[in-house]
Design a protein around this ligand. Structure first.
Ligand SMILES: Nc1ncnc2c1ncn2[C@@H]1O[C@H](COP(=O)(O)OP(=O)(O)OP(=O)(O)O)[C@@H](O)[C@H]1O
Length: 341
């Protein structure tokens, strides 16, 4: 759906030239939710604004659905932008217009007739969960509701792509989750391709299929979200993964576990992209005459399945414990006996 080749943006300022995006290559598939994560100053905002030319590239190309956006003249770009919706951190709503009129605005610009507009706006209000709020003004809405208006407005002209510029950064965690759920819902219902930028790994974990990590204008690592979580290669990526999976108590807990639980075996179970073996613990205690104590762990969910680690204690006959461990080895759950880390 989106093909980005050697995309660069240099800002020329009085004191220095800033290479905000540096020869960036990226391909984004139709229907996927693609996240770009990076710390402040990495070039994320510049990158996403280059995709619809809110920022003019210095070099390289952006092709969206086989149309080279970088080569379009002003009037063709205006038409192409109807197919590229965008939402913003601070919503960018028209404050003197109602919810209804905000959503209607891009349709007016596109020359859609009044009756058709009315039908479409009402559909969109329902889609984003704002039924009954059409006549409210943005100042009368919560942050989450404002972003819902932003999303409805961005979807008005049935775009092929939705760009999200730190769309949840101004929202509290609960509201963030409800907006992320809405984006997943829209992605599934409409098959819409979504590109988002964020500095929060939670956003990537919760809704993205693939992720790219950006540093100094370049992509330093990319892949399926689950793979990047499991095998982060770059230091910057590990820091982001720790945002979600960091477990400062872990060493302390393990020391305590080894001291406290002298009987049986301590076993580390590593779940990767799990869905089929989530009932493993109950299965083990049914199939083998052992007791299973859950000691410590963290399992998290991504769009591509769950993963995480669980420390458990098996208590029972040595033979029976060995049989249980042999059984786990036949499943997709990785197992380690008496782990020291
Ligand atoms: N209009 C501009 N003129 C000059 N330099 C700019 C301009 N816009 C961005 N930059 C510089 O480009 C680099 C990348 O900025 P950008 O805003 O894209 O990063 P970011 O990853 O989105 O960070 P943040 O999340 O803090 O916005 C920074 O060094 C920034 O100072």
């Amino acid at each position: 759906m989106i093909s980005i080749k050697e995309l660069s943006k240099v800002f020329y300022t009085k004191d220095q030239n800033v290479r905000a995006v540096d020869k960036l290559d990226l391909d984004i598939e139709k229907g996927e939710i693609y996240g770009v994560i990076g710390y402040s100053g990495a070039g994320k905002s510049t990158f996403i604004r280059l995709l619809n030319r809110l920022e003019e590239p210095s070099d390289g190309s952006v092709t969206i659905d086989n149309e080279n956006v970088t080569q379009l003249n002003k009037s063709k770009l205006r038409v192409a932008r109807q197919e590229i919706g965008m939402i913003f951190q601070h919503f960018n709503l028209l404050w003197s217009r109602t919810v209804y009129d905000n959503i209607s605005f891009p349709l007016e610009i596109a020359g859609v007739k009044k009756e058709e507009r009315k039908k479409r706006v009402n559909e969109l209000i329902d889609l984003v969960g704002l039924s009954g709020r059409g006549e409210s003004y943005p100042s009368q809405l919560s942050g989450g509701q404002k972003q819902r208006v932003g999303i409805a407005r961005a979807l008005a002209n049935n775009p092929k792509v939705l760009l999200c510029d730190e769309a949840t950064s101004a929202l509290d965690p609960e509201t963030t989750d409800s907006i992320l759920d809405l984006l997943v819902d829209i992605n599934r219902k409409l098959g819409l391709t979504i590109v988002l930028i964020t500095h929060e790994m939670h956003v990537i974990r919760k809704i993205c299929h693939r992720v790219a990590v950006m540093e100094e204008g370049r992509i330093v690592e990319s892949g399926n979200v689950l793979d990047v979580f499991l095998y982060p290669k770059q230091k910057v990526t590990r820091r982001f993964v720790d945002q979600v999976m960091g477990d400062p108590d872990r060493e302390h807990s393990l020391g305590l576990i080894n001291e406290t639980y002298k009987s049986g075996e301590i076993v580390k179970l590593h779940f990767i992209g799990e869905s089929t073996n989530q009932a493993l613990i109950s299965e083990l205690s049914r199939a083998f005459t052992i007791d299973v104590n859950i000691l410590h762990g963290k399992i998290t969910q991504t769009q591509k399945g769950a993963y995480g680690t669980l420390f458990v204690q098996f208590v029972g006959d040595k033979e029976e414990i060995d049989r249980a461990i042999t059984y786990i080895q036949t499943t997709s759950v990785q197992v380690e006996v008496n782990p020291d880390e």
